[in-house]
Design a protein around this ligand. Sequence first.
Ligand code: IPD
Ligand code: CA
Ligand code: CA
Length: 264
Amino acid sequence: MNSHIQQRYVFAKDLIKNVGEIALSFYLNRDKLNIQHKKGEAQDLVSIADQNVEKEIKTALKAHFPDDGFLGEESGADGLDKDFCWVVDPIDGTSPFLYGLQAWCISIAVLYKQEIVIGLIYDPLHKELFHTIKGEGAFVNKAPLSASKATSLQEGLVGLGMSHRVPPSTFVPVIDQVLKEGGMFVRNGSGALTLAYVAAGRLIGYFEPHINAWDCLAGILLVQEAGGQTNDFLANDGLLKGNYILASSQGIFNQLEAIRSLTL
Ligand code: IPD
Ligand code: CA
Ligand code: CA
């Protein structure tokens, strides 16, 4: 394995746990946070917690890997032409975070020459670090992860994600069809954590018609390394424009892909 990738993996695992504690202390004091609504999208919230955690990550990366590129939800892109590029969502699940629910996390992925090579998702409330390096399997803390072996929607729960970036009418047929096929859905408000749960086999799949790279790159590698299947998210400029995300057990991928086609 490329020792430069390994070096970043070791560093990132410490970093994400450290900033996780910062995020957790904001969460425990969230009544003091000033919640802002981002312009242009209903339900899109941000607070100083998101901005502060991203700043901590960016500053640490600048100090240790000054030549690497960066793409963060709150501060945007910087040096995406570099061999290594970090893709960061400082808090995924900002609504649950601010409303005192439990599904939120920090998500960090590393790209090497446009390929995802590291994926980390940390859930500070449950002290679960989901982590993977390409080719070496996926883990939660020290335990190996294995995606579900489900072959039909009836065999488990599917995560569905939705935002106001997509017209509601495109999504309703998806829910309808999942139910008609004997499935059941959950939406927890964190796409990253939902993907980690697919990698862990807790959910059998996840679909969202549009999601951004910082929400899902770490989770995509986790699912792949846990033996699940995903779409080619980075196709069609997914890194900058976002794309749909479909991730599941290998046995239900085609069934979910057929349901996704209802959104086209
Ligand atoms: C959002 C969450 C949500 C998903 C949205 C994302 P944020 O990210 O991942 O589950 O449905 O598409 O934008 O705003 O909580 O970082
Ligand atoms: Ca997010
Ligand atoms: Ca976020």
